[in-house]
Design a protein around this ligand. Structure first.
Ligand code: COA
Length: 181
């Protein structure tokens, strides 16, 4: 397979991302085009695509929140999204069926972990169905318990990835300890 390139989304990617979303999810789970458009417009820093040649074959998109409970459906349209929120929330991680099993989802998530670390997020949180708990565990996530969401009549599980505390936080902690001695 040709080289996989991960890059930040651009406006011109809208139609390809909408088509990818429709190819990857069951109809009731598909985010409508205006949701994808809003995620690109409002928070492109949380939206990355995987390209093979000039074709978009994968994507990850996120929002941010100070909350730990991410069951609010409006968040998917970025209502309640707070750019500097302490947690990143993954809305969609999708890879074209023809390209699955090549590590593309892993690369997209690694990119999101790197970017979230630079933005000093505490956690990346997402909800998934039973069949993907092992998948997210393989990507380094831990199980956060069953979610209260019953979206689409399914059982959803919260998965979370804890990001390391930024260096300045560790340093200032040491400073405050030494000052108080
Ligand atoms: C889930 C999905 C994104 C995986 O994409 P992918 O590019 O094939 O995944 P990768 O090749 O990067 O796999 C990463 C790891 O997870 C494992 N894995 C992949 N799919 C898995 C699955 N369904 N269940 C358990 N493990 C899985 C792989 O073996 C791999 O492990 P390894 O690196 O130790 O070998 C893709 O199947 C998809 O788009 N599904 C439909 C959309 C969806 O449901 N997204 C998740 C929303 S919560």
């Amino acid at each position: 397979m040709s080289e996989i390139r991960i890059r930040r989304v651009e406006r011109r990617d809208l139609q390809a991302c909408v088509a990818l979303e429709e190819r990857c999810y069951q109809p009731m789970e598909v985010a409508p085009p205006d949701f994808i458009e809003r995620r690109i417009e409002v928070y492109p820093d949380g939206f990355y695509v995987a390209e093979v040649g000039s074709e978009i074959v994968g994507m990850i998109n996120c929002g941010a929140t100070h909350k730990d409970d991410i069951t609010d459906e409006e968040l998917k349209y970025l209502i309640g999204h707070v750019r500097n929120g302490k947690n990143g929330i993954v809305f969609s991680l999708a890879v074209d069926p023809r390209y699955r099993g090549n590590g593309i989802a892993r690369k997209l998530m690694e990119k999101m972990i790197e970017v979230s670390g630079r933005k000093e997020k505490q956690k990346i949180i997402l909800l998934c169905k039973d069949d993907l708990v092992d998948f997210y565990t393989a990507l380094g996530f831990s199980y956060g318990g069953p979610s209260s969401s019953d979206f689409g009549g399914y059982v959803w599980h919260q998965m979370q990835y804890e990001l390391p505390a930024p260096a300045w936080a560790v340093t200032s902690h040491h400073n405050s300890v030494s000052l108080s001695l």
